[in-house]
Design a protein around this ligand. Sequence first.
Ligand SMILES: C[S@@+](CC[C@H](N)C(=O)[O-])C[C@H]1O[C@@H](n2cnc3c(N)ncnc32)[C@H](O)[C@@H]1O
Ligand code: SF4
Length: 462
Amino acid sequence: MTLPNPNPSSRPIEAWLRPGDALPAAFDKRQALMPMWGAQPLAQPQWADAWQTMLATPIAERSLAYVHIPFCANRCVFCGFYRNAWQEQRGKPYVDRLIAELASEASQRPPGGSVSALYLGGGTPTALAAADLARLLAAARQCLPLTADCEITVEGRISHFSPDKAQACLAAGANRLSIGVQSFDSRLRRRLGRQHGGEEAAGYLRQLCRRTQAVVVADLMFGLPGQDDAKWAHDIDTALSLGLSGLDLYAFNCFPGLPLNRMLEKGALPPLPGLATQARHYAYAVRRLEDAGWTQLSNSHFASPDSRERNRYNRAIKSGRDCLAFGSGAGGCHAGHSYQVQGELADYLATPADSKPLGFIAGVGPQKQTLSLIQGALEQGTFSLAAFAAFPLMLNQLRRWQAQGLLTLRHDAVQLSIAGRFWAPTLIRELAMLTSTQQETICPPHAMPMPRPRSIPNARPN
Ligand SMILES: C[S@@+](CC[C@H](N)C(=O)[O-])C[C@H]1O[C@@H](n2cnc3c(N)ncnc32)[C@H](O)[C@@H]1O
Ligand code: SF4
């Protein structure tokens, strides 16, 4: 008989993995689709009419709402979400304009419908002053038909998010705090542009979980420069010790244009670990969390045994639920259109208070709707083939992936393996391409669910 190991983290990563958990050679690249894939952009002269049609269409039941705060105190070298430097004097005018946008839309929309998840994302919403966060949340609650059990998330980071500010958010109605941590390794954090050490970050989160009634979730990344087995095991150990209700684990995506690329070229950072390590690290985390009684809610998101985490916004956005968008750079989807609010901050602020500052509108065709269906299914990790009856070519592809160990197919049910969940962005991409070739002739648009918003800022990482 084997005795249980009293200290699970002392076991090497390999001891946690079962054969086939990590299949790093399954594809050359782990690559998601472009966010606007399948959308049909409208020419600017058509925007005003399209917007009026959208405004006149009642919102669906259990829609989503996203409010974007496009400021960051500094540019973290790994991140593609940075837009504008945070300065204290920028907060009040920005929140004034946002509240005007919420109020203007509320006064023009027909009654009906509801919003079951509201997300304040960024950038860094927690950079705003406590009073601005409180009045913004109050305005959103007043202007949007939130359900009684609405999930209300405020995203942010530890810097500038004092316990008092967190309390102000909760008093104003937020019930979920999503905090970007990235890693608890102090040296790595410094190199990435994070101000606090790993110990400090862990201590802060422990207190936040202990002292607030909110659901607290944290983001970690794997595949960062110099992040070896020991560092990743330490990150997971630490995350498990804090009392968090949820955890996001994102594979670091080193896309062109990140400041981190220049640092790698100059040798100012250790090399990236590569796909084989990323695949092992993902599988290790899944096994560790499973062993600790956590539940996997989507490919990158996990809920602790306290059962408080719903992850409602992130799950629904990936399966194409309608989403109203507010704030410079926010992306939304409603009444058969994807849209983006004006991303240039000066133009956003200069738009008259009774006009929607638009940056982009696209029609949502059947391709985009199919993509939502595929993404929703693969994010669940398990789905029924019946939903894809219109795409017979898909079955052959799924059988090939079964032979590779990426999934199992039993009768009508498909179940992704851990390796399949790691490769999900690539699987989604391949299936979307495959179905798009059959789209025009086979896919009846009315059989598809509504589209999902995927403009850049509030597209969560894969
Ligand atoms: C929109 S960002 C906001 C984070 C928050 N402002 C902070 O500073 O922690 C949300 C999350 O995206 C993830 N992320 C950012 N850049 C990424 C990249 N290049 N690859 C994968 N995930 C990334 C990070 O985990 C981050 O916490
Ligand atoms: S990680 Fe957060 S604070 Fe850093 S650049 Fe990205 S959005 Fe801004």
